[in-house]
Design a protein around this ligand. Structure first.
Ligand code: SF4
Length: 411
């Protein structure tokens, strides 16, 4: 199942939708239902040369909607177009697969059933609910947006595209997803699934990242003005269930007869990929520091930056010519201004983020001197081992906690 991988292009989306949330006259003209074909003409300024396709948009819309009626996925936010539930699902689905999102969504709606309950929650409680879902800026932005919606919009999610896309964490595709799903507005989307389907439908001759203008143009041309809600959902389902990244199920696809990639036999080679180098690899030293009472030191990361607001065991990046033990002692001194004794290594963990990977080298440490200071963190606490579950930690730190608990249970 493919992930949504929404794109958060911001202001570029405003040109296609008017202030009242309706599509601009240009888009209406392209997608008017009386037209059987829409010519998707590449602009001269668009890199990659002149190309155009004649897409039978009415036929494509109808065949997709018919397929969706028969084969669309049952998802909890679809049967209830409550803007709050739709917004939460759209944010969770950014960069995350549906099957992963489902249990998080259900738990979230029990803990924070309304925008007001989310607005009033403590950030630690919000991050705890999000723990394990990754891309934690999404949780911080949800919290902030809930406060804006509660304070500035009287608790009612805005319906105007410009207002929606101005909210934290909401780009053009997410705004289109929310407005079409919650309010049945004709707002197009170009998430990861839609990108892949369009790239194959028109046999795109460049990586999608280099053809965003064209992908938006096709999505805007295709969206059904009579039923934009179901059309966008169907478009995403097609990408997630049939037009998958590997082994697309072309033989049962409703768009097979009009799909350029299928007709050319190139569906497995598209979309074209960007050539990327290997991910940078960081070696990290991590300290689990105990005091004389058997408490463990944790700190909260600064709000801005990767994993902002989450708790962690202190540590940092190995510098050239340094031993891991020296790295741990130095990082703890710089971060918290305390002296520690670095003992044996507890474990080594590998973890990958989108743009880099890390190896965490975790050491058993003893507090020697100094009161912990919040020099490179927002908060510091000494906690019991069994209290660690109350705090939101990054996934790799969660593995350290499990190892500490197992060790404790065995002694
Ligand atoms: S025919 Fe195949 S490649 Fe084309 S849209 Fe359908 S599943 Fe994707």
């Amino acid at each position: 199942m493919a992930s949504r991988q929404h794109q958060n292009q911001s202001s570029t989306g405003k040109a296609s939708v008017q202030k009242d949330g309706l599509p601009s006259p240009r888009v209406k003209a392209v997608a008017a239902p009386v037209r059987a074909f829409a010519k998707v003409q590449q602009k001269p300024s668009d890199p990659g040369g002149e190309q155009s396709e004649d897409l039978p948009v009415v036929e494509l819309r109808q065949s997709l909607l018919d397929w969706y009626q028969r084969c669309g996925r049952e998802l909890p936010w679809r049967n209830n177009p409550d803007p709050y539930a739709v917004w939460i699902s759209e944010i969770m689905l950014q960069q995350t697969q549906v099957k992963t999102v489902l249990p998080y969504f259900q738990r979230w709606m029990v803990t924070f059933p309304t925008v007001e309950s989310l607005a009033m929650a403590d950030q630690t409680a919000v991050l705890k609910q999000w723990e394990g879902l990754g891309y934690y800026a999404r949780a911080r932005n949800l919290h902030r947006t809930a406060q804006i919606v509660a304070e500035e919009y009287g608790g009612q999610f805005p319906r105007n595209f410009d207002e929606v896309v101005a909210l934290p964490g909401i780009g053009r595709t997410t705004a289109g997803g929310i407005l079409s799903s919650a309010f049945n507005q004709r707002a197009a989307i170009v998430d990861g699934n839609v990108k892949r389907v369009i790239a194959r439908l028109i046999a795109l001759d460049r990586p999608p990242a280099k053809a965003m203008h064209r992908l938006w143009e096709v999505s805007e041309a295709l969206i059904d003005p009579e039923n934009p809600r179901d059309f966008n959902q169907a478009f995403m389902d097609l990408g997630a269930t049939l037009c998958t990244a590997k082994n697309p199920a072309c033989l049962i696809c409703p768009w097979r007869s009009h799909c350029a990639a299928y007709n050319l036999g190139t569906q497995s080679e598209l979309p074209m990929r960007e050539s990327k180098g290997p991910l940078p690899h960081k070696i990290i030293g991590v300290a689990v520091i105990w005091d004389d009472q058997g408490k463990i030191l944790i700190d909260r990361r600064p709000q801005k930056g990767l994993l902002g607001g989450l708790w962690e065991f202190p540590g940092g990046k190995l510098e050239e010519g340094e031993t891991l033990e020296d790295c741990v002692a130095r990082e703890v001194k710089e971060e918290l201004a305390i002296d520690i004794e670095v003992g044996e290594k507890i474990m080594t963990l590998d973890h990958a983020y989108t743009h880099f990977k890390v190896t965490l080298n975790v050491f058993r440490c003893k507090h020697l001197a100094g009161e912990p200071q919040t020099i490179e963190c927002d908060e510091v606490r000494w906690v019991e081992l069994n209290e660690l579950d109350q705090f939101p930690f990054p996934k790799a730190n969660g593995q350290i906690i499990e190892a500490l608990k197992a060790e404790d249970a065995a002694t």
